[in-house]
Design a protein around this ligand. Structure first.
Ligand code: SF4
Length: 405
């Protein structure tokens, strides 16, 4: 039996908008599927993930609930094509190959997946072997995103990861045997980590010549174990920023370019799924706690599912939409911020015309805010693109906040 503390989640439902917009062509659409379980909870993690003995997962009920969730969402995305599918978590690779196969079969049955769609699964090196990874590939996965975090056993232990260096090396080797498109997640500023440790992590990652890396600074989020029990050997600010400076130097040597705050890739290997988020595309998220953003010609809506996996399953199978805790229309006034929050994360910015395409609004609605960003030298005066200046890139949060109304 799975025991998870039950939190009452308040329902918000405002499916109306007084502010009319007109979106001529709907944006590209992605699908996100949330798998909420992990073998154990990492002390820094604030994702919707719950530790469980893998033998206790009721995969049949979970799959049935996912199917119900998808069926209840179909009317929102009727007749649209899917550019990417992302199975994330939690630890999706905690599920059996059969379950992942059934999930992808369900997606293909209900939706039109484009032939060149990117289909990613996040894997934790501590939960896979060669056979399992081959099974994932055979079920239609064409991209593995591997949660490596570090190649140093001491550092891995301190952040509560269940895998070690050897598991990490094995999973990368196997992934590269199976598919061309892989991402490695790496973290820095870990407890006890030195600059030398981090250089070793970067060099080891580089030795595999990966085509995509996501590199994150460990941040201490509220309500995590680390927020109440901060390790006493956290690197100081100077060491962390030294690590940060090293990333671009090391990666540019191998033809990798930073294209987003934390994402680096070789040419043509930028993540289709993540780029869709950052260019204010649409996504339907199913599974506990999954979020969606879906455009219609006259409105854009956001949805959130119930976070608790047990409650989400129980509600989803009722087929009365009670698994959806929030269903709101994004107000016209909020669109400039929502748009800029995403697109300014891209190092090369985006074409200014995208604002009209995605929001149905004229750029004039944020003229004043653009001028404030110019005045503060945070936004480039490039007439084609919305792109942060080097100062804006350094103070990205301040730049994004200018667009809040
Ligand atoms: S494996 Fe990932 S999702 Fe699971 S607890 Fe650790 S950081 Fe969170």
């Amino acid at each position: 039996m799975i025991i998870i503390p039950i939190k009452v989640e308040e329902k918000r439902n405002t499916m109306y908008s007084d502010d009319k917009i007109f979106i001529k062509n709907l944006p590209p659409l992605s699908i996100y599927i949330h798998i909420p379980w992990c073998v154990s909870k990492c002390p820094y993690c604030d994702f919707n993930s719950h530790s469980i003995d893998p033998n206790n997962i009721d995969e049949e009920l979970f799959l049935k609930s996912l199917r119900c969730d998808l069926e209840q969402s179909l009317s929102l995305i009727w007749n649209r094509s899917i550019i990417s599918v992302f199975i994330g978590g939690g630890t999706p690779s905690i599920l059996s190959v059969e379950s992942i196969d059934k999930i992808l079969e369900m997606i293909r049955t209900y939706l039109r997946i484009l032939p060149n769609a990117e289909i990613t699964i996040e894997i934790n090196p501590g939960t896979v072997d060669s056979l399992k990874m081959k099974g994932f590939k055979d079920s239609g996965i064409n991209r593995f995103s591997i949660g490596i975090q570090s190649f140093n056993n001491e550092n891995l232990k301190k952040i509560g990861r269940i895998h070690d260096k050897q598991d990490a090396l094995n999973s990368i080797t196997k992934a590269q045997d199976l598919v061309e498109n892989i991402n490695l997640d790496i973290m820095f500023s870990l407890p006890g980590q030195t600059i030398k440790n981090f250089i070793y992590d970067l060099k080891t990652a580089k030795s595999f010549n990966p085509n995509h890396l996501s590199i994150y600074h460990l941040t201490i989020e509220p309500n995590t174990f680390f927020s109440k029990n901060l390790p006493d050997d956290m690197p100081d600010e100077e060491t962390s920023s030294g690590m940060d400076d090293l990333i671009e130097i090391e990666l540019s040597e191998m033809g990798m370019k930073r294209y987003e705050v934390s994402a680096y890739s070789k040419d043509k290997f930028q993540s289709i799924h993540n780029l869709n988020y950052w260019t204010f595309g649409d996504y339907l998220g199913i599974g506990p706690g999954a979020h969606s953003k879906i455009s219609f010609h006259d409105k854009i809506i956001r949805q959130k599912r119930i976070y608790n996996p047990i409650i989400w399953m129980n509600k989803s199978i009722k087929m009365d939409n009670s698994h959806i805790i929030e269903n709101i229309c994004i107000l016209k006034d909020q669109l400039p911020f929502e748009f800029m929050l995403n697109v300014l994360r891209l190092k090369d910015g985006v074409n200014r015309r995208l604002f009209k395409f995605r929001t149905g609004l004229s750029i004039d609605v944020m003229k004043e805010r653009i001028n404030i960003a110019y005045k503060n030298k945070l936004l480039s005066k490039n007439s084609e693109k919305f792109i942060a200046t080097p100062l804006g890139w350094k103070f990205l949060n301040d730049l994004q906040m200018i667009f809040i109304k």
